[in-house]
Design a protein around this ligand. Sequence first.
Ligand code: GLC
Length: 723
Amino acid sequence: MNTPHLRFTDIDPSIEERVDTLLKQMTLEEKVGQLVQINLGWREDTDDWVREGRVGSILSLTDTQEINRLQRIAVEESRLGIPLLIGNDVIHGYRTVFPIPLAESCTWEPALLERASRVAADEAAASGTDWIFAPMVDICRDPRWGRIAEGAGEDPFLGSAMAQARIRGFQAADLTSERRIVACPKHYVAYGAAEAGKDYNTVDISERTLRDVYLPPFKAAFDAGAGTVMSAFNELNGIPASANAFTLRTILREEWGFPGVVLSDFDAIGELIHHGFAEDHKTATRKSILAGVDVDMMGNAFPFHLAALVREGQTPENLVEHAVRRVLRLKFMLGLFEAPYTDESLADQITLTGENRALALEVCRKSMVLLKNEGKILPLSNSIETLAVIGPLADNHHEPLGCWTLQGRDEDVESVLDGLQAVLPENITLLHVPGCEIEGGDVDFDRAVSAALAADVVVMVLGESLMMSGEAHSRAHLDLPGRQQELLEAVVATGKPVVAVLMAGRPLAIPWMAEHVAAMLMAWHGGIRTGRAVADLLFGNAVPSGKLTASFPRSEGQIPVYYAHKSTGRPIDIRGIIQFDRAHKSQYLDESSDPLFPFGFGLSYTTFAYSDLAVETPEIGLDDTLVVSAKITNTGERTGDEIVQCYVRDLCGSVTRPVKELKGFKKVTLTPGESQIVHFEIPARTLGFHGLTMDYVVEPGEFWVWIGANAREGLKGAFTVIA
Ligand code: GLC
């Protein structure tokens, strides 16, 4: 696991020479061919296209024999023998399916995500994948958007750390030491800011928000050496992202010097027509290649119009050649010319191994978030005699796989029931009643109520199917689907203590549940080890440590609700404004302004006390580092992990600044009674923003700093940045 990852952003002169030599031999059609990416369903005559050098890469193909067959045509039957790239969506595991990325981000452990990404990449590489269409690094502050499931939540600082970890993990894959894997951060850019949380919807944000919130995880990914990037479906401020010269050329190439390949999302170039940005495919082709897209994924644009545009002088051939150069460079760096074929015996040796399954369990346990634990009902006591397990997701082997499972199989999944049966002490009788479907179908509330009445404790496993999140699966209502709420209320009405295990691909608006159940465990869609992780946490074989990376709203009306919001001129806690009463503040008449559960929130089976905040550098220059610390003490009876967070606020700026911004986090393990001083060292250079001139600036002035357990609470101090 200690192979250094490959930085595709480092240019190797020897490879450049090989690219030059090859490029000089290529016809215009063969150059265009390298910029075409198709799947096998696209045409009947794919073999011919490959043989004629009209295809450069293939997506969504995992059959190793088929990959090798097509690769032989490319290498041994085409004129120049340029190998194909094989790209796949390995979003949260390949065959060893990990929790959805939003869940994984709740571990707040980049190193763990790096290991998980490495396993996913090795399994994918063993089956013939060269190009992983991940990590999805879209920041999202609207849980209606189904693709929030694929990312790392609402915060650019945390999102950047997770993006870098995944690039390191994916690009470290070196199964045969000749072949490598390249990652593809996506979707460039601001796809997660879709209006109303509706997928593919319009994005209209300020350049400052673009630069301060949505771009940083991409920059972090490229700084870690990511070799490609995928342009998004959405329009951004009137210009579709897959034909946006400002983001694709000015920022990506001129400001950042990114040398890698820009791949469009699935026919995003053709969709320029539907955006009303191009009259036809030929115009769409010209606009996107001029703006900076290199490869057309599944589009009827480049393959049919790019050569003609060059011949007609509407597109400079050197622009095409730059794009081809980037693709060829990638193929050389991936080792495809030396080792184009995949050893078909490899996959069975390294896929779904015991080690991979153990890692999936570790990630799964650490991704789950304990949201409530009234009266310490959890961990469940071995002294209970009867446990009722109720709900449509209790014995489900499919939904835990989550929204992007390429090779995931139901047969690999441990359901919650499986997990409980594996860990349940023999003296406990388990009663299982689904009670209703996830949505639709029959209900059996009576049997569920009877089981509850016969039990000492009830575990309810409720939530979303995997198809309720992910691409094209936005929801306007974030409640429990179907008749699950009725089932929940019927069981709670029995008066028995209820522990809710919630499965979903997003934060849900579940205030009734939060008020009426004794305990709540957010299990997300946890992948193949979901059931065992839930059971281990419920019975205390593991201690919850996960913390939220996306705020849970009380209602859809609050959205967007996120911690790093602005103060406004009428903050709810303002003092001294005598002419206005409380009503004249930025708030609702009919809803709190606070989320149900805030960013960074999560409970443990022990408790932690924060004390002795020390701002060791009360005054720092622009090139200095803020050093701040606090003492964390385990004040409970069990060893536990605590994710300690550090936030700052820039009190006054040339533009308004958020009321809090995450600038550091550390996870510490403490035994009962143990204390640890946790230090954060935060360079002043990281306290900046894009100012009036849209340049990144750090402005002298007063700052607050917090060290705390989540975005809502913490020990507060102050420091000054001086010029
Ligand atoms: C999809 C998704 C993108 C994915 C691509 C290939 O439409 O937007 O995330 O990588 O197509 O499957």
